[in-house]
Design a protein. Structure first.
Length: 315
C-alpha cells in the first residue's frame, strides 16, 4: 500500500482528538537522545492553546499500511514542522510523497507562495527539496542538557502553575482559596508571556486550553519570582515520557527584569521539572540570530549543537 496523507481534523471532534492522540503517541515514540532535532509532542501541546479542533486541523500525518511514518504541524499558515520515524528517514517512497505534498498547494499541506519546511537533518527529504529548487532558510541552534545528573538549584522561588495541583494540596473549604491563588499565578504567567513577546496572543483562556490538551499530562508551567515576590519569568516544559528528551517551549522573562539572570534561573527550574518527570535530557531550539536566548541556555549548562536550517520555497 502506498503512503497516505491524513488530517485528524477531517472528522468530527471525537475523531479529531483520537487522531491527535495517535499523532502525539508517535511523536513521543520517535524522540531520541542524540538524534536529529524534530517536532516534539510539546510543540503540539503548545499549539493546543488554540483548542483541540484548531490543533487537529493543523496536523498532518503520513502513514502506510496503518502505520504512522511522519507527523507535521502547520505552525502558522506558511511553516510545516515535521517529525519522521527514525527508521523511515531514508524511505524513498515516503520522501517522494512528502516532497510532493509540501510542494503542491492542491494537496492541502502548504499554500502557494513563500513557505518553509522544518525536518530532521538526517532525513533525505531536505536534500530532495534542495534538488527541487528549495532554498536553505533560517539558521536555528539546537541546545541540549543531559539530565542524568541533578540540575543546579535555580536560586529563586519557583511555583508550579496549575489549579489541579492546588486542589491536590488542600482540602475542604480551602480549595476555593487555593483556586483563587492558582488563578492569580496563571494570570501572572500569561502576563509575562505577553510582555516578553511583542506579537504574543496568549490569554488566560488559551492557557486553560493548553493545560486541558493531551500533551499537557506530561508538562509543567513554572513561574519564577524575585526577592520581592514579583513574578519575573515563566517557562513551560514538556516531557515525552520516561527516558525520552523533554522540550522547553516557551521561556519568557519580563522585559523589566532582564539582565539579572532570571532567564538562567527559570531554565534550571524547568530542567529540574523535566528530570522529575523522568526526562533523560532537556532540549530547545532557537533562532541562531537570537544571541541572548542562546547565551541564556548555555549559561544554564546546555550544550550547543550544530546549526540546522529550514528549506524555503519562494514561488
Amino acid at each position: 500500500m502506498s503512503v497516505v496523507l491524513g488530517t485528524p481534523g477531517a472528522g468530527d471532534r471525537g475523531d479529531a482528538v483520537d487522531g491527535l492522540a495517535d499523532a502525539v503517541a508517535a511523536l513521543r515514540d520517535w524522540q531520541r537522545d542524540g538524534g536529529a532535532f524534530q517536532l516534539h509532542p510539546g510543540d503540539v501541546g503548545w499549539f493546543w492553546r488554540f483548542g483541540a479542533e484548531a490543533t487537529a486541523s493543523a496536523v498532518r500525518t503520513w502513514s502506510r499500511d496503518g502505520r504512522m511514518l511522519a507527523v507535521g504541524l502547520l505552525d502558522g499558515p506558511d511553516l510545516l514542522r515535521l517529525a519522521i520515524a527514525p527508521e523511515a528517514r531514508q524511505d524513498d517512497e515516503l520522501v517522494r510523497r512528502l516532497a510532493s505534498d509540501v510542494s503542491d498547494p492542491t494537496n492541502g499541506v502548504l499554500p502557494p507562495g513563500v513557505v518553509s519546511v522544518e525536518a530532521p537533518s538526517d532525513s533525505s527529504l531536505l536534500g530532495t527539496l534542495t534538488a527541487q529548487g528549495w532554498a536553505v532558510g533560517e539558521a536555528w541552534t539546537p541546545l541540549h542538557l543531559d539530565l542524568r545528573q541533578p540540575v543546579a538549584d535555580a536560586g529563586i522561588r519557583v511555583e508550579v502553575v496549575g489549579v489541579e495541583l492546588a486542589e491536590a494540596r488542600v482540602a475542604g473549604a480551602r480549595v476555593a482559596e487555593a483556586r483563587v491563588a492558582e488563578a492569580r499565578l496563571a494570570e501572572a504567567r500569561v502576563a509575562i508571556q505577553r510582555a516578553s513577546f511583542e506579537r504574543s496572543t496568549f490569554t488566560l483562556e488559551r492557557w486553560r486550553a493548553m493545560v486541558a490538551g493531551l500533551p499537557y499530562a506530561d508538562a509543567r508551567c513554572l513561574l519564577g519570582f524575585d526577592e520581592l515576590g514579583t513574578p519575573v519569568a515563566a517557562i513551560t516544559v514538556w516531557s515525552a515520557g520516561v527516558g525520552k528528551p523533554g522540550l522547553i517551549e516557551p521561556l519568557a522573562v519580563h522585559p523589566d527584569h532582564r539582565g539579572h539572570r532570571f532567564g538562567t534561573a527559570i531554565t534550571l527550574a524547568g530542567a529540574a521539572a523535566l528530570r522529575e518527570l523522568g526526562s533523560s535530557s532537556a532540549m530547545v531550539c532557537t533562532e541562531s540570530s537570537n544571541v541572548r536566548a542562546v547565551a541564556t541556555y548555555k549559561s544554564a549548562g546546555f550544550e550547543e549543537r550544530a546549526e540546522i536550517h529550514d528549506r524555503v520555497r519562494s514561488i
